[in-house]
Design a protein around this ligand. Structure first.
Ligand SMILES: [Mg+2]
Length: 171
């Protein structure tokens, strides 16, 4: 059961995910979370660094799609200037949005990585749907209300994994 919460890989931030390395592994697409993965949950627009990260991926023919449990307005305001397709109210960890995204990207699961900052939504959902999952550290330690509850459970799982030596970063 707990292995469903275990990401295939964990990195500090999306900036540790490099297009050349992805390409080498046959990755052609990224399904990414928005809040606390790309920018802090209360930041409306992409930062210059994120704009550059999206551009780098595009230059390497890696397609990005944002799937977020957040509302349409939030996701749209962020994604549209980046010219990036998105799914809002995605209801992660349910598989539906992940599958919709893969279909829309026209890619197979094996050629996509799922990126996010939460075990209970991004990693669990990505794993359930059969994708390679990459966990990032949340950009800020604060969260929206629903997420605060998830974090409590998550902290327990992370502590357990740390004890078992499965997660090696410090908080
Ligand atoms: Mg998030």
């Amino acid at each position: 059961m707990l292995k469903n919460f275990l990401p295939n890989e964990h990195v500090k931030s999306v900036f540790d995910i490099h297009p050349a390395a992805l390409k080498q592994r046959g990755i052609k697409g990224i399904i990414t979370d928005l809040d606390n993965t790309l920018v802090a949950w209360d930041v409306k627009n992409a930062t210059p660094e994120i704009i550059n990260w999206f551009k780098q991926m595009k230059d390497h023919d890696i397609t990005i799609m944002i799937i977020s449990n957040n509302k349409q307005e939030r996701v749209k305001i962020f994604a549209e200037p980046l010219d990036t397709p998105f799914v809002f109210s995605a209801r992660k960890p349910l598989s539906h949005a992940f599958k919709t995204a893969a279909n829309q990207m026209g890619l197979k699961k094996e050629n996509i990585v799922v990126v996010g900052d939460q075990l209970l939504t991004d990693v669990l959902g990505g794993n359930f749907a059969g994708f390679y999952t990459i966990l990032v550290l949340p950009i800020v330690q604060t969260d929206g209300k629903i997420t605060q509850f998830n974090r409590k459970i998550e902290r327990r799982i992370l502590n357990y994994m740390r004890r078992k030596g499965k997660i090696t970063w410090e908080e």
